[in-house]
Design a binder for this molecule. Structure first.
Ligand code: PLP
Length: 449
């Protein structure tokens, strides 16, 4: 473990424990609502280690980012090597090797891509920026003003992406007026569907609400794009019925609407396919990605057929840092790790173990309404068994208990009523079993069966 000595005369310069560093947290603003007060020193694989030397199993993955685990040696080496050569080689001014390699390799991951497809890639920094790029592209390409998003969706915290977001009021409340021309339809959410809890009920409800939207609020000819998460992330880890994206594809085709899939959280192997869209068989027009793309360095992007992407005129979009050389080197190494370690397939297999384990652990607990997920994207929803009234208090209590058991978890869902479990894709069977045991004990403590 490396020891970094404090230079603050107010603290003992020999001390390096968490308390010393925590005493210096006053400058961190409260807007970063916190899950823990842990001060991390380093991480490796599925684990983080604090300044006190305590180890925690990290099943938050930095909110679904560190899919290759912490400090994967291959990624860390690529970052170090590139940082020693050139850090910032701005896209409008220079080409660089990792960027060029990424522009060749990432387009091959486009869902449903055929070998002769010409897919292009635009790189930016954050998920929100990539969503912004997708919406701007859809507008410039279609010359249409409106966008349809889905209730419960989360697309980012910029003004534009906040306007497409409806996962929780904290993400958009008090910031009005928001972007004009954004309309919402319900995301198919079987557990909370008003007309019945089967997949077919939920799909039919979404369909009917889309029809009504087009009959009452916005003409489909005015809609540039559907922006949709293939698996609802912040909104509660909801896996939609398989027919959802094909249904949107069909409607989009009939009205000249573009289908933009926001794979920021569901992508990069998380669900057992490189992109979760692949499960549906639907071919999107735009794929939005971030989070796992560079194993933790800021990088995001959109993929689209080149004839669509080139509707951006030169200079019509861009950014200072997009396609940063060190981030691109990390992204190339990340793709190498995915290929060599078969991470998407691994997520499918380990995801089944996690889901089965958690379902068994949750069986009989009265307030567990559902344990659901796809691959290593798993949520446990807490609700009143009679009314389905959300129980965020229980989700929070389970997360707190798990933290005591040295397991890091997050919540999601509109009310924070879902515990989400996001292991790195390099996690092991033993680690999954350990997490299931810790969560099982937490459930027994807060919601006795
Ligand atoms: C589906 C989805 N889209 C967009 C974003 C925004 O990404 P970022 O926080 O990198 O801007 C997120 C972040 O959680 C997300 O889950």
């Amino acid at each position: 473990m490396t020891t970094q000595l404090s230079t603050d005369p107010m603290v003992d310069p020999r001390a390096d424990d968490s308390a010393v560093w925590l005493a210096r947290r006053a400058g961190v603003p409260a807007v970063w609502a916190r899950y823990t007060d842990l001060v991390v020193d380093h991480g490796q694989g599925s684990w983080i280690v604090t300044h006190d030397g305590d180890r925690y199993l990290d099943y938050t993955c930095g909110i679904g980012v560190t899919n290759t685990g912490h400090a994967h040696p291959r990624v860390a080496a690529a970052i170090a090597e590139q940082a020693g050569k050139i850090i910032h080689a701005q896209q409008n001014i220079l080409y660089h090797k990792p960027g060029l390699e990424l522009h060749e390799r990432l387009p091959r991951t486009f869902p449903g891509a055929r070998p002769d497809d010409d897919i292009g890639l635009f790189l930016s920094n954050s998920g929100a920026e990539a969503v912004e790029a997708a919406v701007k592209l859809a507008k410039v390409a279609t010359h249409r003003p409106a966008v349809v998003a889905f209730r419960g969706g989360f697309h980012g915290r910029t003004h534009g992406t906040m306007s497409l977001t409806s996962s929780a009021i904290k993400n958009r409340g008090h910031y009005e007026p928001l972007l004009a021309g954004v309309y919402f339809a319900p995301y198919p959410y079987p557990l909370r569907n008003p007309t019945g809890q089967t997949d077919a009920d939920a799909l039919a409800w979404t369909r009917s609400q889309l029809d009504e939207l087009f009959a009452t609020l916005v003409a489909p000819e005015d809609v540039a794009a559907f922006v949709v998460e293939p698996v609802l992330g912040e909104g509660g880890y909801v896996v939609p019925p398989d027919g959802f994206l094909p249904m949107l594809r069909d409607i989009a085709d009939r009205h000249g609407i573009l289908l933009a899939v926001d794979e920021v959280q569901s992508g990069y192997g998380r669900t057992g396919r490189f992109f979760a869209t692949e499960w549906s068989g639907a071919r999107p027009d735009i794929v939005i990605m971030a989070k796992g793309i560079a194993s933790g360095l800021p990088l995001s992007g959109i993929l689209a057929p080149r004839e669509l992407l080139d509707r951006f005129a030169p200079g019509g979009h861009g950014g200072t840092y997009g396609g940063n050389a060190v981030s691109c080197a990390a992204a190339v190494a990340t793709l190498d790790v995915f290929e060599e370690e078969g991470l998407s397939a691994r997520a499918e297999v380990l995801g089944k173990r996690l889901l089965d384990g958690l379902r068994a652990a949750a069986a009989g607990h009265p307030h567990v309404a559902e344990v659901r997920g796809r691959g290593l994207m798993v949520g446990i929803e807490f609700a009143d068994p009679e009314t389905l009234g959300p129980r965020p208090d229980l989700a929070k209590a389970v997360i707190t208990e798990a933290l005591i058991g040295r397991l890091l978890l997050l919540s999601c869902g509109t009310w924070g009523q879902v515990v989400r479990v996001i292991p790195p894709l390099v996690t092991t069977e033993d680690e999954i079993d350990l997490a299931v045991r810790v969560i099982g004990a937490a459930l027994r403590a807060v919601d006795p069966a």
